[in-house]
Design a protein around this ligand. Structure first.
Ligand SMILES: *[C@@H]1O[C@H](CO)[C@@H](O)[C@H](O)[C@H]1NC(C)=O
Length: 204
């Protein structure tokens, strides 16, 4: 059916569009997340937006990633008890705008190796659907809500069009049947008329 084809296409659009609009930054590019790399120079000239992701690539166990505040960045200290990202392919989604800081918490990689990153995250480029949830919850991508709304709106329209098409087809079929029935009735009437005339003539 046509409507399931539309559904399929729209489902794909819903998945692909946000990932096209969001950019994935591999921190340090092919150098990855390491010591003695100028991450300030790396970040310079790049535009980070809400919805984008940072990927920290490194050999597992050699480094880690800690999210800190501005003071933590300056002094290379992380708040006690925060969880480090440690798997060597760590993805951070930029959920809110503003300054963001990450440091490596292993040995003195931050102090002596300058393994620290500070970026400014700009609001997302696509206007989001107003959602109180996105402001409150950290790990939610508000960009998805906007696109989902748009896509489901289109989907609803497509479904309606499809069911209207189906109704129209049903109507047409009914009309055809009606014409057939009328045709049969007409034939019967003509036969009756002929018989009546015949009887009339025989009586004369
Ligand atoms: C920044 O983080 C440090 C711990 O690393 C903490 O002591 C300090 O209060 C924080 N500052 C702000 C403004 O949150």
């Amino acid at each position: 059916m046509a409507s399931s084809q539309y559904f399929f296409i729209l489902a794909i659009v819903a998945i692909i569009v946000p990932s096209i609009l969001a950019t994935e930054f591999v921190v340090g590019d092919d150098k990855g997340w390491t010591i003695n790399f100028d991450y300030q120079a790396w970040a310079q000239g790049k535009e980070f937006h809400v919805g984008d992701t940072l990927v920290f690539k490194y050999k597992e166990g050699v480094h880690n990633v800690l999210k800190v505040n501005g003071t933590g960045f300056q002094q290379c200290v992380a708040p006690l008890g925060i969880e480090a990202l440690i798997n060597g392919n760590d993805v951070i989604t930029l959920v809110t705008s503003g300054r963001k800081w990450c440091i490596c918490g292993v040995a003195k990689h931050c102090e002596n190796g300058n393994q620290k990153l500070a970026i400014t995250v700009l609001p997302q480029t696509v206007s989001p659907a107003p959602s109180p949830v996105s402001a409150a919850k950290e790990c939610v991508k508000p960009i998805y809500y906007g696109w989902m709304l748009v896509v489901f709106g289109i989907l609803a329209m497509v479904m309606m069009t499809a069911s209207m098409d189906a109704l129209k087809k049903q109507n047409e079929e009914l009309a055809t049947k009606l014409i057939a029935v009328e045709g049969r009735n007409g034939r019967r009437e003509r036969e009756l008329e002929a018989r009546r005339e015949k009887e009339h003539e025989e009586r004369r």
